[in-house]
Design a protein around this ligand. Structure first.
Ligand code: NAP
Length: 294
């Protein structure tokens, strides 16, 4: 079997088109969704993520309030900016690009964001709401994974999903969402991590394998069953002298070999990545609607 490729760029574009239409309707009612973006320091990867987010906002009509702060910014200065954004009615979502420079207290910063503007879905209140099945901003990467599976016709209900990785931003929330009662859910979920003995024992039983480990070749072809759906969240830089940058991006899955066995598979790049930013835009529009009682 040769897998069909799930094109994350195409699905993301489809959702962004739907959001752009919704934003046009909101604008006729005087509502302009706004996203406040904070980047502290000069980390090149963070800078390019933030630039991509700002560009995506402009493309679909979200007001983007961009704040690029020096690496010397103090905790007090950062908290003051967040407080100002919390109070600013033009800003419906607040995004603090992580990781922050080491002298800043990340958890205090995330706690300072108004949970009603927490479009990343990282505030413990939103995490708690998600776990108990209340309305919450869903974290963008896990939500993007669910959307891309749902829009590719993957049957999640009743499936055995095996996730490799248990981080707070990908593995854990994804496990919660997949096992929830409801639409795009009702799966039986197994979560593997670095202390799991023989990960292949679990992934070979999986209808859906989701790799979110941050290590190339974590999932190889001998670890999946014929016809499995394979979702690759990982983004890893590997040296490549043939590239101008000196590296190329690969996922956590041995894509070429798994493609011969899976029924559906996501590539890296062009898979989960574009979905993550798209779900951030989605949450910002949702927040603007909620703030206006819609
Ligand atoms: P993380 O915080 O480093 O967590 C990695 C998780 O994978 C941990 O739970 C770790 O287990 C587990 N793990 C690592 N190596 C493993 C191995 N060899 N076997 C089994 N489990 C292993 O990373 P993250 O933030 O979740 O991100 C994971 C990957 O997704 C990264 O490559 C990241 O760049 C990528 N990512 C992509 C997007 C996107 O938009 N495409 C968004 C977010 C993240 P322990 O808990 O035991 O340490």
């Amino acid at each position: 079997m040769t897998a069909k490729i799930i094109d994350g760029k195409e699905i993301a574009q489809q959702i962004r088109g739907e959001l752009a239409t919704e934003i046009q309707h909101l604008k006729t009612r005087g509502i302009v969704p706004g996203l406040g973006v904070i980047l502290v320091g000069e980390d090149p990867a963070s800078r390019s993520y933030v630039t991509a987010k700002e560009k995506a906002c402009h493309e679909i009509g979200i007001y983007s309030n961009d704040n690029r702060l020096p690496a010397t910014t103090t905790q007090a200065e950062l908290l003051a900016l967040i407080a100002a954004m919390n109070a600013n009615p033009k800003i419906n979502g607040i995004l603090v690009q992580l990781p922050l420079p080491k002298h800043l207290n990340e958890s205090e910063v995330l706690l300072a964001i108004d949970p009603d503007k927490d479009v990343d879905g990282f505030h413990p209140l939103n995490v708690g709401r998600m776990v108990v099945g209340e309305k919450a901003f869903l974290p963008c990467t896990p939500h993007g994974v669910l959307q891309m599976m749902a829009r590719s016709g993957v049957k999640i209900e009743g499936a055995h999903a095996v996730i490799v990785g248990r981080s707070n931003i990908v593995g854990k929330p994804l496990a919660n969402l997949l096992m929830a009662k409801g639409k795009m859910a009702n799966a039986t979920v197994t979560v593997c991590h670095t202390k799991t003995k023989d990960i292949g024992h679990y992934t070979r039983q999986a209808d859906i394998v989701i790799a979110a480990a941050g290590r190339p070749n974590t999932v190889t072809a001998d670890m999946i069953k014929d016809g499995a759906v394979v979702i690759d969240v990982g983004v890893n830089r590997v040296e490549d002298a043939s590239k101008k940058a000196g590296f190329r991006l690969v996922g956590d899955v041995d894509f070429d070999a798994c493609k011969q066995k899976a029924s559906l598979i996501t590539p890296v790049p062009g898979g989960v990545g574009p979905m993550t930013i798209t779900m951030l835009l989605y949450n910002t529009v949702e927040s603007a609607k909620r703030a206006n009682g819609l």
